[in-house]
Design a protein. Structure first.
Length: 465
């Protein structure tokens, strides 16, 4: 491919990227939220925010863009401890935008008011990845709403705080220190990325506060701490499933991998995939670092083709997804595409389009994978659309904390309950149990990109049967 053609594709990709991030129209992204200027009640985190401004129980909003007047009034009311007014405002706000998880969390917090409650906090990257944050919060909000409308945890309601960590390991550590020092906080859901979980995990461990990440998959988290758990399977499981599918189902043995050397998750998935392919009798001919300043999608695909590669494996993380999608465009469906769970986004469908059809990804869960589960129906009723694997695994993390709090509502009690051999809870993705390593022994789901209408992009992810 000529330099001119590559430049044209890069420009188109960047243009589309700006449109998607600002759009918020996909079924598990920022549905219905207008992207615009912020105001004083709508704190969009940046590195200059104080730690106090990064944590909210309803006194400030992190959802990007302009917020409705009634939601704004609800935030002011909860800050003034006018809980009845806050309840009315947040109820009205949810009628305007039913799939706003932040508003549902604030509504439940307002209903608790100054009554006794058990407190957990979600650590999410609102400032850098608002759509992922909203996906995670939908799972947490659904679990909170479910337990509180059913009478609470043995009569005590669950209060949820939101901490915006920007997926920044240093900020995540600062938030962890703040939460550890607040004796009312009995558990944390998050952080999102493996890098942030490993960084903040040292603080949670020293402070003896349990953190359950729904989305951190690096193999380094296994046996990392007796206070750090996760409801998502590790990269070992995802890599093994993809390698097995590549060699046994597709009958292909030669792959190349695209990854980000600056990301713990991306490094982990890449390394596990290389090992798994080798064990299956295949090989990874080359590894291309998406984070390099001189990375060229066209040159990389050309080199892969010359080396006889049959498969392009995209172990990209959020920061390098745009470059991975350039690879998808330039590949023009010549070589088979595989990918990790960070590629499972609206952006992949919208930008990849026809060139991404047939790509197979390993994800922890898909809404249509288990017809016996009642979670898909309940989540659709609540949010008015389908939720992603991030919502399901966040729901599971919250349910795990709720179940542990039922046994013993103290920090030590929560940790001991989760590690107990007889601990069990029913989540969106089946039974929740933890190994001594902090891992959840759960399978992954392979999904394929196909033409479809559900996502409103013209393309969908559907389970590989």
């Amino acid at each position: 491919m000529s330099q001119k053609n590559e430049t044209t594709i890069l420009a188109l990709t960047l243009l589309l990227t700006v449109g998607i991030v600002g759009g918020g129209f996909w079924w598990f992204t920022n549905n219905g939220v207008k992207i615009g200027n912020t105001n004083i009640q709508n704190q969009q985190p940046g590195n200059n925010l104080s730690l106090q401004d990064r944590i909210s129980f309803g006194e400030k909003s992190f959802t990007p863009g302009d917020i409705s007047p009634v939601k704004k009034e609800g935030i002011q009311a909860i800050a003034a401890k006018s809980y009845d007014k806050a309840i009315a405002n947040f109820t009205a706000a949810l009628k305007l935008n039913r799939n706003d998880p932040e508003a549902l969390i604030f509504l439940n917090n307002a209903r608790i008011g100054s009554s006794k409650s058990y407190t957990i906090v979600a650590s999410v990257p609102f400032g850098t990845d608002p759509n992922t944050s909203l996906e995670i919060l939908r799972g947490i909000a659904q679990a909170q709403n479910q337990v509180n409308t059913s009478g609470g945890i043995k009569g005590v309601f669950l209060r949820v705080g939101i901490a915006s960590d920007d997926d920044n390991p240093e900020i995540s550590k600062q938030i962890a220190s703040s939460l550890v020092s607040n004796s009312e906080v009995l558990g944390v859901v998050g952080p999102n990325t493996s890098d942030s979980t490993l960084a903040a995990g040292t603080i949670y461990t020293s402070g003896q506060l349990v953190a359950i990440s729904p989305t951190s998959t690096s193999v380094k988290i296994s046996n990392f701490s007796r206070y750090v758990f996760r409801t998502v399977p590790s990269d070992f499981m995802a890599a093994r499933s993809l390698a097995n599918y590549m060699v046994r189902t597709l009958q292909k043995k030669n792959a190349v991998v695209f990854f980000n050397s600056q990301s713990n998750y991306s490094q982990s998935l890449k390394s596990e995939f290389v090992s798994s392919v080798s064990l299956e009798g295949g090989q990874v001919a080359s590894e291309f670092d998406l984070s390099r300043a001189d990375f060229s999608a066209a040159k990389s695909v050309e080199q892969a083709t010359k080396q006889g590669a049959e498969v392009l494996m995209l172990a990209a993380n959020t920061e390098t997804l745009d470059k991975a999608l350039q690879v998808v465009q330039i590949n023009q469906k010549q070589l088979t595409l595989l990918g990790g769970d960070d590629v499972y986004t609206a952006k992949t469908l919208e930008i990849g389009r026809e060139q991404a059809v047939g790509m197979v990804l390993a994800v922890p869960w898909h809404i249509d994978a288990d017809p016996k589960s009642d979670f898909p129906q309940k989540s659709r009723q609540l949010w008015g659309g389908d939720v992603s694997w991030r919502s399901a695994l966040s729901y599971d993390a919250t349910v795990a904390l709720i179940t542990a709090l039922e046994r013993n509502p103290t920090r030590d009690g929560v940790q001991q309950a989760l590690l107990s051999s007889d601990f069990s809870a029913t989540g969106a993705s089946g039974t929740i149990r933890f190994l001594a390593s902090g891992d959840r022994n759960a399978p992954v789901q392979l999904v394929k990109i196909v033409p479809g209408s559900r996502s409103r992009t013209g393309y969908d992810f559907e389970p590989v049967r």
